[in-house]
Design a binder for this molecule. Structure first.
Ligand SMILES: *Cc1c(COP(=O)(O)O)cnc(C)c1O
Length: 410
């Protein structure tokens, strides 16, 4: 029986069984590192294969693998699950940024509308622009034919959401395409195709991988033709993930529906708690944490109806909760009142690890200026893991008090 799936729910059955047609007699998937595969006397001639024409064959469990720059068993299994749970045609890459680059090669924009978000994607665009006459414009500039709108939501590092439907309508009105970097909102939190996205990108390094141990990128498109084009491009640019990484990703996907909602609910509890602390004046305290240390907390759960996330754009009736239907972002930002506090806090904690990146089962905390050259030195990013949220609170409570009393190293 085919696993059941509906658009609003991340099915554990799909995560465990959507690759069943690819499996052998092993219960746990095998690690396959072979770069090349035995040819059959009566098999297809690799020289006669046309990837875009034969794209269905390359995705099929019966695909005769040729060479691992095209396909191999574990990528195919992983992509079968990713296609099912993202309700499109999914393909994997060596990193989130190589996936973003592949998306621009597919969409061939003359102008790209983008604002803020993950700095690396802006770096990719700089490279994309080198040999092309491409203009970068703002999300709220007027669009014209040939434009691509690239929207990151929820947004790094604040976890605030942008209105996908608003930007989809705006770019579709001129015949352009909408790409969504949904890294901060993996399934089951958000489903960008429902609101009009044309291409969805994820840094699979974050929530899909979920254990801070592998790099990968994911693109999801709506048609087999686009998927075939992406596979053909990937085969020639050599940007597939490693065979061992694909096995780690397959293993991680089995628990995506258990990890992500827990991370999301932990983050929502902490964001509200920190928000109350931010509203506590100097000299008072909230739940044992001194006021006057946290200036502001950002999170999509604090955004409210009609709020425009990072400033402009969006419909007045936009409801962040509708777009984040499976829970709010598990990563968010806060501004402390002093750069010294932001420098000290990551190193005064026991359960939060001072490190960049996000999405893993362990909570991470970072003074953002350490990784993003343009960031305010008071800005902190927190990626919340699957620990017990009361332990995370206690950890922060103790660290804030030690810093305030001058016990922690400033
Ligand atoms: C991490 C990240 C990327 C880049 O992904 P890599 O896997 O590190 O290449 C892109 N966008 C967002 C929002 C990210 O958090």
């Amino acid at each position: 029986m085919a696993p059941k799936s509906d658009v609003s729910r991340l099915s554990g059955t799909d995560l465990i069984h959507a690759d069943e047609a690819f499996s052998d007699t092993n219960v746990a998937p095998s690690i396959s590192v072979s770069t090349t595969f035995k040819q059959a006397v009566d098999g297809p001639l690799a020289a006669a294969l046309d990837i875009t024409r034969d794209a269905e064959m390359f995705r099929s469990p019966d695909s005769k693998h040729v060479y691992s720059r095209y396909t191999q068993q574990t990528y195919s299994r992983v992509e079968a699950i990713l296609s099912k749970i993202n309700h499109g045609y999914a393909i994997t890459y060596s990193s989130g940024l190589s996936a973003a680059h592949a998306a621009f090669l597919l969409l061939k924009p003359k102008r790209v509308a983008i604002r803020n978000g993950y700095h690396g994607v802006h770096g990719v665009l700089e490279i994309y622009k080198r040999e092309r006459d491409v203009e970068i414009i703002d999300l709220d500039d007027d669009f014209r034919p040939g434009d691509v709108c690239w929207l990151e939501t929820p947004l790094n590092p604040t976890g605030q959401v942008r209105d996908i439907k608003y930007y989809a309508d705006k770019i579709h009105a001129v015949g352009g395409k909408l790409g969504i970097d949904a890294t901060f909102g993996p399934p089951p939190l958000s489903y960008p195709f429902k609101w009009g996205a044309d291409v969805v990108m994820h840094s699979g390094t974050k929530y899909f991988g979920g254990h801070s141990d592998m790099l990968c990128g994911i693109l999801v498109v709506k048609t087999i033709n686009e998927w075939g084009q992406l596979l053909a491009d990937r085969t020639m640019t050599g940007t597939m993930m490693g065979s061992l990484e694909s096995w780690l990703l397959l293993r991680s996907l089995r628990t995506l529906h258990l990890r992500v909602p827990r991370q999301s609910s932990n983050a929502t509890v902490l964001a509200h708690w920190l928000h109350k602390i931010a509203n506590t004046p100097e000299g008072k305290e909230h739940d044992g944490v001194p006021g006057g240390m946290v200036l502001q907390v950002w999170h999509d759960s604090l955004q409210g109806r009609g709020s425009k996330g990072d400033g402009k754009g969006g419909r007045p009736e936009f409801e962040p909760k509708e777009q984040m239907e499976g829970g709010f972002a598990p990563t968010f930002g806060m501004m402390l009142t002093k750069p010294e506090y932001a420098a000290a806090l990551p190193f005064a904690l026991e359960f939060f690890i001072p490190a960049t990146s996000l999405g893993g089962v362990e909570s991470l905390i970072e003074q953002r200026a350490r990784s993003d050259p343009g960031a305010d030195p008071r800005l902190i990013r927190l990626s919340i893991g699957v620990e017990d949220v009361e332990d995370l609170k206690s950890d922060l409570r103790r660290a804030f008090n030690e810093i305030k009393k001058g016990k922690a190293k400033l």
